[in-house]
Design a protein around this ligand. Structure first.
Ligand code: T68
Length: 826
């Protein structure tokens, strides 16, 4: 066994002493920070600003992570271990310093040390820029899963891309529209990554593929690009285990093309080197819809090919026959984005490892697991043929083999990897499905829908057991302890448990149920919420200048802007409320419970309708917040540039949050879980994980409204073929729409395209759900009047969130799919 070999060089004791890292004592911490100030930053106490102090503190914490990271890798390499790999084009990590300190259990000590050096840790934490290499739920889920894998001492690595620019920065222009600016997050040194200039792979594009014998081929020519590894340390909570997230950067293979350079064609030489660097330059800012773009396909192949080469190299160190690959490697495909890994592994096995077709396909289909999150991307055959000729050949070979399956023609056509048409398309979801051992959706309803609709033919063919559910989860470390330290402490004090107990086993929160009737506890519970509301109000005051009434109910909807998520329903509901308030007498208004509504979220830059919704929210806020008659009882904010860090302030402050997608459209949702964990109640449709949340906390503790999934299809059909004018269908909504249309919130005319989506075929069924939505909002108002009962609901909600820990979700994957085991560092 490698780990038991004799010490490689020098005196083991001397080495071990040096490797022990920073001791957990304050003098050692300050010494290490000062050391980094002097050596890494070449500064002194005289010229150190907060940004510098943050860098030095981060480098000092990073030293701890590196020691643990190294030990973890050594530990898992010391004997052949099965590993799982999470392939995700997005990892929405947010900030690292606070999380790392909490996971290492060093936060208080560092706070003391930093204070002694004349800074405040809280201020330094604010210096860090979010790592925002993701669009929304899918990317944040990947980040939560890394935290849970490390915290449970599982051998899991993430693989992704090191984009130079993350999700764009959102600005609001003078007319209320979203503007986009780049996010150069790597402008300052990033202390949380480790460049691995020795870990590189050549990745080929274009060229031609020539069959050599049978199913084998040689792929040559074209363009070669270098993939360079950057490692990001992922510390587990209350464990030394520290996993790895490996991100790839693209670089030209040679500085530039010397042939062109010598021939005097300088521009061409630089162009090809630029085109290599372009691959990982920017995250595509479209959630759900990016396909058809050559650079996007290049990103997908570059990343899957580099990751697979790396995984194979690690496997080869084990000296096992290639047929045992699936015994040591499981690969989870996060949506269809990494599906090219399937033909890529086939290519390696066939062309480089000399494995016959059937044996290769057997290895592939025992290695991959596929999680579906949303819709079904397709890639045009001609584009793939040009960029990846060998992979297109393999996909056609898979189709040839598929054709030998028995079955009726129509069904085969539906299941085919190739969609006929001009041009033909490759259906990535079908490829991911047939190339994987198992397929899952991300909440019960979503998995049921998959099995009943898009995967139905595959269920008939492969059997139901290939298709299963893993309900999403969130990490309680970041989404309770880090973002809501007061609540975490109150829970620990009340349950008389160390935080680590419930942060590692979230079902322990159920212990809070015993205290729901205790007035003293209720008071403390309410005080925590109040102080989080004040923290948010402070943020809003500093960033926008507005003063918020923190005694008001805080109502929050924060997520990507999307028609299906129906922020439009929310803003029209707010306007409805405003009009109702305006119609009241001053006496009547005095009885109304004040409310502050918060929105945040980005729209894809090309998503015109979603951007109009932002504009309407912003401009409605400008009118409503200035209205002296109502501003004390209703105000409205669109907080720009939504991010993980902003979510960490908003979520703990919410009394009620909205998750109001048209039934059957939100695969799961994960912020719903975050709000509930922090004692916010939920107003939502019967969709995604809302359903399972209600099952846990009890339907009497959530506010449901709207049509159910089975009704949606029929309603849409009626809208299509038997349209009814909106004045008739939903007079309340018609009135609101008319006010907007008439220019009451500025810009008469500009909102017409948005309003027409509702007036015309109303695909997302706002006219169908509006009345019950308004009714549900009324119930929320009434419930909030009875503050004691509200607090009890809030306590019960938090207490029943155990199921939604990402630790549980990761255990589901580890057992159902990956077949890997925990292995704690001594
Ligand atoms: C989300 N999907 C689901 N996609 O919408 C959400 N897509 O219901 C679910 O909770 C979450 O995944 C986690 O399972 C996304 O976030 C994307 O962001 C995306 C990005 C690029 C391309 C396609």
């Amino acid at each position: 066994e490698k780990g038991k070999e004799k010490w490689p060089r020098g005196d083991e004791k001397v080495w071990k002493d040096g490797l022990r890292g920073v001791d957990k004592d304050v003098p050692d911490i300050t010494r290490s920070v000062v050391h980094h100030v002097q050596t890494s930053l070449a500064r002194q106490a005289y010229n150190l600003d907060e940004a510098g102090a943050y860098q030095a503190a981060a480098l000092s914490v990073r030293d701890n992570l590196l020691v643990n990271w190294n030990e973890t890798q050594l530990h898992f390499n010391s004997k052949p271990t099965k590993r799982a790999y999470y392939l995700s084009l997005e990892f929405l990590m947010g900030r690292t310093l606070d999380n790392a300190l909490l996971n290492l259990g060093l936060k208080n000590k560092y706070a003391d040390g930093i204070t002694k050096l004349g800074f405040s840790l809280e201020d330094l934490l604010e210096q860090e820029r979010d790592a925002a290499l993701g669009n929304g739920g899918l990317g944040r889920l990947a980040a939560c899963y890394l935290d849970s894998s490390a915290s449970q001492e599982l051998p899991v690595w993430g693989y992704g891309l090191r984009y130079q620019y993350g999700i764009f920065q959102q600005l609001i222009g003078p007319d209320g529209s979203q503007l986009e600016a780049p996010d150069p997050w790597l402008q300052h040194d990033n202390p949380w990554e480790l460049p691995r200039s020795d870990v590189t792979y050549d990745i080929r594009f274009y060229g031609h593929s020539e069959r050599v014998d049978g199913m084998k081929a040689v792929w040559s020519g074209g363009q070669e690009v270098l993939a360079v590894a950057y490692d990001v340390m992922i510390p587990g909570y209350a464990t030394k285990n520290t996993n790895n997230l490996r991100l790839w950067e693209s670089k030209p293979k040679r500085g530039f093309d010397l042939n062109s350079f010598n021939a005097g064609d300088y521009e061409r030489a630089v162009e090809s080197s630029n085109s290599a660097a372009a691959i990982t330059s920017v995250l595509y800012p479209n959630d759900h819809t990016t396909f058809g773009k050559e650079l996007r396909l290049k990103q997908q192949y570059f990343w899957t090919a580099a990751s697979l080469a790396d995984i194979l190299r690690r496997f080869k160190n084990l000296d096992k026959p290639i047929s045992e690959f699936p015994e040591y490697v499981s690969i989870q495909l996060n949506d269809t984005h990494p599906t090219l890994a399937i033909p890529e592994l086939m290519r390696i096995l066939l062309d480089e490892e000399d494995v016959p077709w059937d044996a290769a396909w057997d290895i592939v289909t025992r290695t991959f697991f596929f999680t579906n999150h949303t819709v079904l991307p397709k890639w045009p055959v001609p584009l793939m043929q040009h960029l990846l000729p060998r992979h297109m050949q393999i996909i056609f070979d898979i189709v040839t083999v598929e054709k030998k399956f028995p079955g009726d023609r129509e069904k085969l056509a539906r299941m085919s990897l190739i969609e006929e048409g001009f041009p033909q398309n490759v259906r990535m979801a079908n490829l991911a499905c047939i190339g994987s051992r198992k397929v899952n959706g991300v909440a019960e309803l979503h998995s049921d829908l998959l099995r009943a609709t898009i995967m139905k033919d595959f269920v008939d063919f492969f059997g139901i057991s290939k298709f299963f559910n893993v309900t999403n989860g969130i990490t309680p470390r970041r989404w309770l302890d880090q973002c809501n330290p007061l609540l975490s402490q109150l829970i620990a004090d009340t349950l008389k448990l160390p935080k680590a107990t419930f942060l590692k086993d979230l079902t322990r929160l159920e212990g809070l149920l015993k205290f729901e009737d205790d007035p003293n506890f209720q008071k403390k519970w309410a005080a925590v919420k109040q102080s989080n509301k004040e923290r948010l109000a402070h943020y809003v005051q500093v960033t926008t200048g507005h003063i918020i009434n923190t005694k008001a109910m805080f109502d929050v909807q924060i997520k990507r802007l999307h028609e299906y998520k129906r922020q439009t329903l929310n803003i029209l509901g707010v306007i409805h409320r405003y009009l109702a308030l305006k119609a009241m007498t001053p006496e009547e208004r005095k009885k109304v419970n004040p409310k502050v509504v918060f929105f945040a979220g980005k729209a894809a830059p090309g998503y015109y309708i979603a951007k109009l919704t932002i504009r309407l929210i912003v401009n409605a806020a400008r009118i409503i917040n200035e209205d002296p008659e109502t501003k004390d009882i209703l105000s409205l904010f669109f907080l720009p540039d939504y991010s993980v860090s902003l979510a960490e302030i908003l979520i703990p402050a919410s009394d009620i949050s909205q998750h109001i997608s048209t039934a059957g459209t939100e695969a799961s949702g994960t912020s719903n879980m975050k709000f509930c964990l922090n004692g916010g109640l939920l107003l939502g449709t019967v969709d995604g994980a809302n359903i399972e949340i209600a099952e846990e906390v009890g339907e009497q503790n959530v506010f449901f409204f709207g049509h159910l999934t089975p009704a949606v299809e029929d309603l849409r059909y009626q809208h299509m073929y038997h349209p009814v004018p909106i004045e008739q269908k939903c007079p309340g909504l018609a009135k609101v729409i008319n006010e907007v249309s008439a220019g009451r919130f500025g810009d008469a005319g500009v909102y017409e395209p948005l309003l027409n989506t509702i007036r015309q075929n109303d695909y997302y069924l706002l006219t169908e759900d509006f009345d019950s939505y308004i009714q549900a909002l009324k119930l929320v108002d009434e419930a909030y009047q009875d503050r004691t009962e509200w607090i009890k609901k809030s306590i019960r909600t938090t207490a029943k969130m155990g199921k939604f820990s990402s630790d549980r979700a990761i255990q589901d994957y580890a057992q159902e799919c990956w077949n890997i085991e925990s292995n704690k560092l001594p």
